[in-house]
Design a binder for this molecule. Structure first.
Ligand code: MN
Length: 297
């Protein structure tokens, strides 16, 4: 090796854009959401992620009749629910059920088809309180869309929390960060981190080359690789190319990092079904109507 040896520096990701919610709506009567995608037409830039609904934070008055969304189907992807405040209960036709609270994550694989309900937990609803959560939809590759449904309850205590120098932490839900692996089992490579960063601090991430990468700021103010700062409920989308990302917090910030290997296949959507073709969507609707995705008992 001569004295001309070069130091390999990983390329820095550029910014595609900063986005606000593209639509606002109620899911059932319990989840007032702001949608970041698909309403912003970002399919290619955020794949394998399909949808991000940001629920609340919103206060709900006490009730004996838990609010939420009743029996409905899904096919062709996974739903990932991350709870920040409040308590959510789930029950599905595969016989799985679970209750998740602050810091917990529910990773449900709908795959070939499932029917479920998502409600405010009964006792929590009786007292009332603030609900604050995110639901992501994660696509499945064609080869896995018709596999058996699954369900992972990931509790706060199961998630490694790595303290950052100077204040803040990274909770690794999926993928790995600085050698710490997240508990979620995924079909394709995904990194999903819940991050808090104190005002005036900076932290860096290195993603596998070719992974789509975006940052959803729940609260605070933060910039990525010198971008404009993004505030509450804003999404920073990075380019697929490059690996390195440095985040600066201008205020105490909480953000969700979503990265993963893109799934380069056609997306056909119809409500709760996401397949590759229209014919498969029609089949999904027929199968649901025929009861092939089961029922809640
Ligand atoms: Mn659902």
């Amino acid at each position: 090796m001569s004295h001309h040896e070069t130091i390999e520096t990983a390329a820095t990701k550029d910014i595609v854009g900063i986005y606000q919610s593209g639509s606002t709506h109620m899911v059932g009567d319990g989840f007032p959401v702001r949608n970041l995608f698909p309403s912003n037409d970002l399919d290619r830039e955020v794949s394998p992620f399909l949808m991000l609904d940001y629920a609340g934070p919103q206060y709900f008055t006490p009730t004996d009749h838990p609010r939420g969304v009743g029996e409905h189907p899904h096919r062709g992807f996974e739903t990932v629910t991350i709870v920040y405040e409040g308590v959510v209960a789930h029950r599905d036709s595969a016989g799985n059920s679970g209750v998740i609270g602050p810091g917990d994550v529910q990773w449900m694989t709908a795959a070939s088809g499932i029917v479920h309900e998502e409600l405010h937990e009964k006792e929590w609803a009786k007292n009332g309180g603030t609900l604050h959560a995110i639901q992501l939809w994660v696509n499945l590759p064609r080869a896995s869309k018709m596999t058996a449904p699954g369900y992972q309850t990931i509790l706060d205590a199961d998630i490694s929390a790595i303290a950052l120098d100077g204040g803040g932490m990274v909770r690794v839900i999926a993928g790995s960060f600085q050698g710490h692996k997240g508990p979620a089992r995924t079909f394709t490579p995904v990194e999903l981190y819940d991050v808090r960063l104190k005002a005036g601090n900076r932290t860096s991430f290195a993603f596998p080359e070719g992974h789509n990468t975006s940052f959803f700021v729940l609260q605070g103010r933060a910039s990525v690789n010198g971008s404009q700062a993004a505030g509450d409920a804003e999404l920073i989308v990075c380019t697929r190319n490059g690996s390195q990302v440095t985040v600066d917090a201008q205020e105490d910030s909480r953000f969700l990092v979503m990265a993963g290997e893109p799934i380069e296949e056609p997306i056909a959507r119809y409500g709760p079904f996401v397949m590759n073709t229209r014919a498969e969507l029609m089949q999904a609707a027929q199968d649901y109507q025929a009861g092939k995705m089961g029922h809640l008992s």
